[in-house]
Ligand binder design. Structure first.
Ligand code: XLS
Ligand code: NI
Ligand code: NI
Length: 438
């Protein structure tokens, strides 16, 4: 069957001397870095929604993309199959190992709960056949609990239990579909799990609903024997004014509160981190520190506006710092880098989809190489280790072990006439190390 991408040759690694815009300059899937191949480190996925389901609309204007598989229009089974064939033609040409999708990105439209089940099952068989034929795997699946008007007041946090029953149906079916397709993770992004105004919201009730819902998802995961990781994707707002999963630290508190900190990890998105007023590397470092680092949605925002613009990453220094934090935490296990990024509305050609991904993947590869240089050089880690060396012995060690009290520490200061010597934090020196590694 012919596809939209037939004129595009498979993307190859040609190295930094190449001028070919449809070739990787840095990403060489077989290149070994710190004992693993680039492909194993980065575990790259293409997302179905922005790249194949989004028609190129924005809040002021209609879709600009004229793709043969008709993004955005009501979908029949034939259209859904056409979309899947085109999506896999894209993945295969790009040569990336994974993809991610929401139920409604891939399936034919269905109005009733039983039609929903049947329609999802039909497209799951088609996706399974494409996976089998191409070798492309599912990084994660998810259910869309935010687009349909029924979810205007929330999915799991809706005031109406009948809406939560619908949400349960979609999540159960997509969790089982993800399991059937051999997915490595299952993601929950709570786009509408928050409020537009606190005036109409029972916050405690909604948090309890969300906590119970997530427990139900974990119980079901174990019941069906799904071995992948359940991931929450933090975001502070948009579409709601406030989302409960606002950032990684907030999600950790929520998981602790509902007894889920050993069951659920986070899917960190670069642009969501910046919307929350955090840096991307802060979110990764926090997740690593709290033991909940799962996967990453890679994209970037725009410094001049406060939306989730989902642009393709292009800042090598930022990505180097992010991958450095990721590698310090041991790198991905079930997670990977999912390109939750979209081309701009004026980038209407098939080539644009490739330029975007090729560039983004090369930025990740450069970030990986830079991070590996920083790790091999050891200066950054060495500086940090030496900065905290005082905690390895004496009163510092005793305090952390719990054998010195507040009074013991205070008396130590008095008895020894303690006068600490200030030491430079060396920020500029450390920033230069990162710049020079890129
Ligand atoms: C939206 C989110 C969404 C999730 C999947 O901002 O990034 O795309 O990744 O529901
Ligand atoms: Ni995302
Ligand atoms: Ni997003």
């Amino acid at each position: 069957m012919p596809t939209y991408f037939d004129s595009i040759p498979p993307i190859k690694h040609e190295g930094t001397a190449s001028n070919n815009p449809l070739a990787f300059k840095y990403y060489d899937p077989r290149k070994v870095v710190l004992g693993k191949t680039m492909a194993e480190h980065l575990r790259i996925a293409v997302c179905y929604w922005h790249t194949f389901a989004w028609p190129g609309n924005d809040i002021f204007g209609a879709g600009t993309f004229d793709r043969p598989w008709k993004p955005g229009t009501p979908m029949t089974q034939a259209m859904a199959e056409d979309r899947a064939a085109n999506a896999f033609a894209f993945f295969e040409r790009l040569g990336t190992p994974f993809y991610c999708f929401h139920d409604v990105d891939a399936m034919a439209d269905a109005l009733t709960p039983s039609a929903y089940k049947a329609s999802l099952a039909r497209i799951a068989d088609v996706l399974a056949a494409h996976q089998e034929r191409s070798g492309v795997k599912l990084l994660w699946g998810t259910a869309n609990l935010f687009s349909h008007p029924r979810y205007m007041a929330g999915g799991a946090t809706n005031p109406d239990p009948e809406v939560v029953a619908w949400a349960s149906l979609q999540v159960r079916e997509m969790l089982e579909t993800t399991h059937k397709l051999g997915g490595s993770n299952y993601v929950l992004w709570g786009g509408r799990e928050g409020y537009d105004t606190i005036l109409n919201t029972n916050l405690k009730q909604e948090l309890d609903q969300l906590g119970r819902f997530l427990n139900m998802v974990v119980e079901h995961k174990h019941k069906i024997g799904f071995g992948g990781t359940i991931l929450i994707e933090p975001k502070p707002h948009e579409p709601t004014k406030h989302q409960y999963d606002r950032d990684t630290a907030t999600v950790f508190g929520f998981l602790k509160n509902y007894g889920l900190e050993n069951e659920v990890k986070v899917n960190i998105e670069a642009n969501h981190a910046t919307l929350a007023g955090n840096s991307f590397e802060h979110e990764i470092a926090t997740a690593v520190a709290l033991g909940i680092m799962g996967s990453i949605d890679i994209n970037r925002g725009d410094a001049q506006n406060g939306w989730d613009t989902d642009q393709f990453p292009n800042n090598v220094m930022e990505i180097t710092q992010a991958i450095y934090e990721l590698l310090r935490g041991g790198g991905f296990t079930t997670g990977g880098f999912n390109f939750d990024s979209k081309v701009r509305r004026q980038s209407i050609d098939a080539e644009d989809l490739f330029y975007a991904h090729v560039g983004g993947i090369d930025v990740l590869a450069r970030g990986l190489l830079g991070a590996a240089k920083l790790i091999e050089g050891g200066e950054l880690q060495g500086f940090v280790d030496q900065r905290y060396a005082g905690w390895k012995s004496g009163m510092g060690e005793k305090m952390l072990a719990g054998s010195a009290s507040l009074a013991d520490m205070a008396d130590y200061a008095v008895n020894n006439d303690v006068m600490p010597v200030r030491k430079s934090g060396r920020q500029e020196y450390l920033e230069n190390l990162v710049t020079n590694a890129c």
